[in-house]
Design a binder for this molecule. Structure first.
Ligand code: AMP
Ligand code: GLY
Length: 434
């Protein structure tokens, strides 16, 4: 079977690695892929951007692609699934209508309210003055959210009312996030630890993956600016059977049923970003795809054939499918470029990378922002010196073990062996579980 994988992050490198392990897979095309996907035997990078839906569809038709797997939210929100389905192509992911759960926070909040799914209250504004007046009248500080897709940067946590108004102005008047901030949610600020629960869905049935915890802040101890994620571990000890039961039956199940009843059945991975409050688990956000870096800890724990699982989601029939998960623990540490999440330099040589994906001690080095000098194709001949940094998040170093103690030590041992100028990482991912 030929597979097309859309995306270029560490999540996609992890997906390519898992797909390559399937007995059904002959060849994988990664569009556009990265230095890591190009190094996977049987995987080839093709230079089509993730948002060129027509070029992706033509490529799939011309190259007898039998299954397409979508990593990032941008092509999903743009309707890549509808485009492929109209051409009779099998694709794993939600339709454009279903992807609104992530693509429009205003839609998502209204949907949750219609279906009684627990989430903080919010008011939606499209006029700056109205939003500012509302914020001035609040007793507590809210959270401000750009309604549209803002590459993970559209959520702001002001520390005063004046700051909130300035942030509203930046979003709504100065269009800091472009059109994504034309509509803004002023949302109740919740308290509690956070959990990421991902579920495979076929429109009717869902299957939970082990719950993960992301680390959004740049610095140890959850300090510093928000990032796209600096590390993760799974399964989270916060996810007791009571919590998972509530998430399945009060959040994900009603979401699936609600989407089906509104004519937009949800197929693909549904990701609930939750806060465990004293009122129970409440939804902070839905994502319409695998999390990054959550995928880098969840996929290594999947023991079933991923192709069977995603085909059951895309074609229906998940009810007859029970994925098998390893009982091990997994941790991933993200190595980023100095300056991330703001501006950073690229093109720094990376040394100390393992020959393939697996480092000694069995850690998996997933590439995010990397490229191979010259050809852009990674091969044994190029050697490790030719791999360069090419983004803010550069690598996601994952290790699994019987216990968090072995996984955490193995991941950090591998991180210490890899070098590039200005490399930064958090040193506390999973360490409290050791
Ligand atoms: P998001 O991009 O929606 O995941 O939000 C980024 C981060 O903002 C989350 O991981 C939370 O830490 C925080 N956040 C989002 N919504 C809320 C909320 N309603 N209350 C408190 N914190 C929130
Ligand atoms: N880990 C957060 C996200 O994927 O959006």
């Amino acid at each position: 079977m030929n597979i097309l994988l859309i995306g270029s992050g560490a999540r996609e490198h992890a997906l390519a690695w898992k797909l390559a392990d399937s007995k059904f897979v002959d060849r994988i095309y990664a569009a556009p892929g990265n230095g890591g996907t190009a190094g996977i035997p049987g995987c080839m990078n093709i230079s089509i951007p993730v948002d060129d839906l027509q070029a992706l569809r033509l490529f799939a038709c011309d190259n007898r692609v039998e299954l397409t797997v979508v990593g990032p939210e941008v092509p999903l929100a743009a309707g890549v699934v509808d485009e492929f389905a109209a051409a009779g192509l099998t694709i794993f992911g939600p339709s454009k209508a279903a992807a609104r759960l992530e693509g429009s926070k205003a839609y998502s909040k209204a949907f949750m309210n219609r279906h009684g799914i627990p989430t903080g209250w919010a008011r939606v504004f499209s006029e700056f003055e109205d939003a500012a007046d509302f914020v001035h009248g609040l007793d507590d500080l809210p959270v401000l959210k750009a309604s549209g897709l803002a590459a993970g940067k559209g959520v702001l946590l002001p520390s005063s009312q004046d700051e909130a108004v300035e942030q509203l102005r930046a979003m709504m008047v100065n269009r800091r996030f472009g059109d994504a901030g034309a509509t803004v949610l002023v949302e109740e600020r919740l308290q509690g630890p956070e959990l990421s629960v991902l579920a495979f869905c076929d429109g009717e049935t869902l299957r939970l993956a082990p719950a993960a915890q992301d680390h959004k802040r740049l610095l140890d101890g959850d300090r510093g600016p928000n990032t796209g994620g600096m590390g993760a571990f799974a399964p989270s000890p916060l996810a007791t059977s009571e919590i998972l039961d509530a998430v399945e039956h009060k959040v994900l199940g009603p979401t699936l049923a609600g989407m089906a009843s509104e004519g937009a059945p949800y197929q693909g991975v549904l990701y609930a970003g939750l806060m465990l409050t004293d009122r129970g688990p409440m939804v902070l956000e839905f994502n319409c795809r695998f999390g990054d870096p959550e995928a880098q800890v969840v996929l290594p724990l999947l023991q079933s054939d991923i192709v069977e699982l995603v085909l059951a989601c895309a074609n229906g029939g998940l009810a007859e499918h029970e994925p098998i998960w390893s009982s091990e623990s997994a941790v991933t540490v993200v190595m980023a470029s100095a300056g991330y999440p703001d501006s950073y330099a690229t093109g720094k040589p990376i040394t100390g990378l393992p020959e393939g994906l697996t480092a000694s001690g069995s850690a998996l080095v997933f590439h995010a922002g990397t490229r191979v000098e010259g050809t852009g194709i990674h091969s044994e001949r190029n050697g490790e010196k030719s791999v360069l940094t090419d983004g803010g998040r550069v690598l996601s170093v994952t290790a699994t073990g019987d216990a968090f103690r072995t996984a955490v030590h193995s991941a950090y041992r591998t991180v210490e062996q890899i070098h590039f100028e200005g490399a930064v990482w958090r040193s506390d991912i999973g360490t409290h579980l050791v």
